[in-house]
Design a binder for this molecule. Structure first.
Ligand code: ZN
Length: 138
């Protein structure tokens, strides 16, 4: 069995952002030389997500509005976590949007359904964070 472990570093200029990391994951897959297997992609930070959905700006706007309704950033005084930090909403948003995705690898490609793309969701940005890519197979 072959395997590859790689960390992707990201730093968003905004507090919250969605970044399509599919090309970076595809680069990892090329580097691994694996044709059949599984690819795990996970956020290594508890205020960031990795998820799969459509690369469509209207939808990303809808996610932002929906997440702010569920867990508004302000006022931070509404959260107990904010006794020492101001990112409670980031933890809650991450929980909804998920930690990781697993994608099948078939014929040396990420075996996506229609319109599926891999996104990094940042909920407490403006600092460097990591995503782990682990690929196993033959
Ligand atoms: Zn925190």
């Amino acid at each position: 069995m072959k395997s590859l472990r790689q960390e992707l570093w990201l730093e968003t200029p905004n507090r919250r952002d969605f970044i399509n990391i599919t090309p970076k994951v595809e680069e990892c897959l090329q580097k691994s030389g694996i044709k059949e297997g599984l690819c795990l992609v996970n956020a290594m930070h508890i205020t960031a997500s990795v998820f799969i959905n459509d690369d469509e700006s209207g939808l990303h706007h809808d996610f932002e509005i929906w997440l702010e309704k569920l867990a508004p950033h302000a006022p931070t005084s509404q959260y107990r976590h904010n006794g020492y930090e101001d990112n409670a909403d980031g933890h809650l948003k991450r929980q909804i949007m998920g930690r990781e995705v697993v994608v099948a690898i078939s014929n040396g490609k990420l075996d996506f359904g229609p319109w599926e793309q891999i996104f990094y969701g940042e909920f407490d940005g403006k600092r460097k964070k990591r995503v782990l890519v682990k690929i196993i197979g033959e």
